[in-house]
Design a protein around this ligand. Sequence first.
Ligand code: PNW
Length: 440
Amino acid sequence: MDFKRTDFPDDFVFGAATAAYQIEGHKFGGAGPTHWDTFAAGPGNVVRAEDGALACDHYHRFAEDLDLLKDGNFDAYRFSTSWARVMPDGKTINPEGLDFYDRLVDGILERGLKPFQTLYHWELPSALADKGGWANRDTALCFGDFTDAITARIGDRMAAVATINEPWCVAFLSHFLGHHAPGLRDLRATARAMHHIMLAHGEAMTRLRSAGIDNCGIVLNFEHSAPADSTAASRDAANLQDAIYNRWFIEAVNKGTYPAEVLAGFGDHMPGGWQDDMAQISQPIDWLGVNYYTRHKMTQDAGAVWPAVRSVDTELPTTQMGWEIYPEGLHHFLTRMARDYVGDLPLYVTENGMAWADQIENGVVDDPERVQFVSDHIMAAKKAIDDGANVKGFFYWSLLDNYEWAFGYEKRFGIVHVDFETLKRTPKASYHALKTAIAR
Ligand code: PNW
């Protein structure tokens, strides 16, 4: 690594991140069915139709995983609490689910780690999906009840709480592009989900505040959008992509408005009276989570339906996901958030990492590409701090190789290798490199 701990402020937090459905093993502990189970079982949706039933069996092995964080010199752990585990039908509490998170949080605190909770990282209970999921306004209100239930049990022990992970993925990727559950390609459902997921954020904020919880925020994913060439058409395509992917969410939270060009595209598909929700959606947050992975170069997709944009192939090196490696994009978003939106509000890089086709040989995983990737991105965060952004932490995605959604177990993001036959954990070279760099 090209940085050391002392290059960062003393209170800067180094962590690693996971999400419930991707690691826990959903078949354990009385969790209810989710729209990801349905989606994974559908033809052609997920590589080998894999699901999160077993995943990394973190449900039983969490102590070992928390030891890896502690032994790796991490300060914090970002995890999510599964709605379908806590409320299998979306409404009724499963005491076993609450007990699990109680044990997990005890384990985090016993090891001196700071717990960073995410309330929603994508496993919507099937009972709610069957009633329209995020296209249905009621889902946002039910999410408030889930927030109350889990917060009553663990809320007072959190270092930080995020409401929603990556609303763009929840809404646009899942309802317009069809790549994630529920796998729709429907503009009307998209417009509704784009609003209702932000309403769910607002509703959760209201509930967290009335429970007296501070240090609450939201985790947004940002993708750098650049024009593919110097034509006006490509510039417009890049701007529209930026508005849909990046500005919709931060402007809702920070300004209480949505970008006009995206509203124009949604037209009368927006749910009636959405304007009345914007005050709740834009109530103050305490921190902003920035997830950043890649850049896309955009151009116009002539003849296609709105938004009629598409990305072109990159000449730069890519990861196992085919995502361009572009660390400058992280600096771009951290400084842009500070300058154009949140000012001095604390920013956390809540996810950044790379998938790579790692090989395990004689119990060793050598991943110099990942070491370089992490180093370059942490240096980009450091440069953003030097340029005035109030960046307070960096979480690597992910602690473990895990269920990579539509890609099943094929894509490996972990700094710890998982053998999905034996479930054995093996720290990779990148884990050891980070451990050395962030030692106190
Ligand atoms: C994020 N895209 O997902 C999620 O927060 C994680 O659960 C996930 O494992 C990680 O990044 C790696 O994919 C994304 O298509 C999924 O632009 C897809 C996209 C972006 C983020």
